[in-house]
Design a protein. Sequence first.
Length: 347
Amino acid sequence: MFPGLGGRTRWSIWLESWFVRRNHGAAAPVINGICATSVTTHGYQCQEHEVKTEDGYILNMQRIPEGRAGGSGGGKKQQPVLIQHGVLVDGMTWLLNSPAQNLPMILADNGFDVWIANTRGTGFCRQHVSLDPAHPQFWDWSWDELVTYDLPAVFESVFNHTGQKIHYIGHSLGTLIGLASFSEGHQVDKLKSAAFLSPIAYLSHMKTALGVLAARAFVGEITTMFGIAEFNPKGQEASVFLKALCDYPGVDCYDLVSAITGKNCCLNASTVDLFLQNEPQSTATKNMVHLAQTVRDGVIKKFDYGRPDYNLMHYGEGRPPVYNISNIPRDLPIFVSYGGQDALSEV
């Protein structure tokens, strides 16, 4: 779930940040930006790019055009790779470890032109042409909009800058929106290959106690009792929500990551403090509800508005349409990787 963490640690630190400190605002981004804070400090070139989606969100991307040694080797044009993070984090999560241990810099050092995506609502993507993050309408989206608007916008930007087909790497939610988007025919003409890390799709396979319980709670619309459109993991409402879940029998939140993903031998304790400075990030409550619906139904489909007439208004039919994964071209090279003991990600 969190690619920058790896060595065993007690996640009571994170619980303390929720239950004691109770930061009521959104996770504060690093002021200088991701490039200045986490890339150029290691001797790599890095560019900040802005992308506007069709529905008006302004997204931030980072580009690492070459490795630390510079040059592309024999004048050869470097192939673009687009990296998409998962839920409740942003592009910074790829860069928490040293250059020898983080994917963007490893790829850059091996001759790739690396682009790091950040989805709407995260620390560097809280802008819109007309909406303010304080307004509920800013948060009226689920991963459907990431499929329909965010991913096409960043693909188009990378393709326009490089003129080449793109290798796509998605992690967790980044795999789901990739699968759904490619099944709809988006980006396929600009896609060279896809790699899915800790993939999630048919979430009914999930075994983690906290994840299943949270999904039931979101589907039961417990969050609407709080009247919140933004799901901010560091906010008071989310703290109350999580604490209520942690009180259930069989849910051990003393080690929070294990409660979410299953037991993990290899979390890196030295990275935890750095992770907590930037993550977790906000997302839309509607997005969390949509993920919960996927857990409940075991089907990859569009957001269910709960009533046939509401679905009819949005989709022209009483039930939300299904994303047909079999539509993805059979000749597209796809790499899938997940941990054998990952209780959250079993495709």
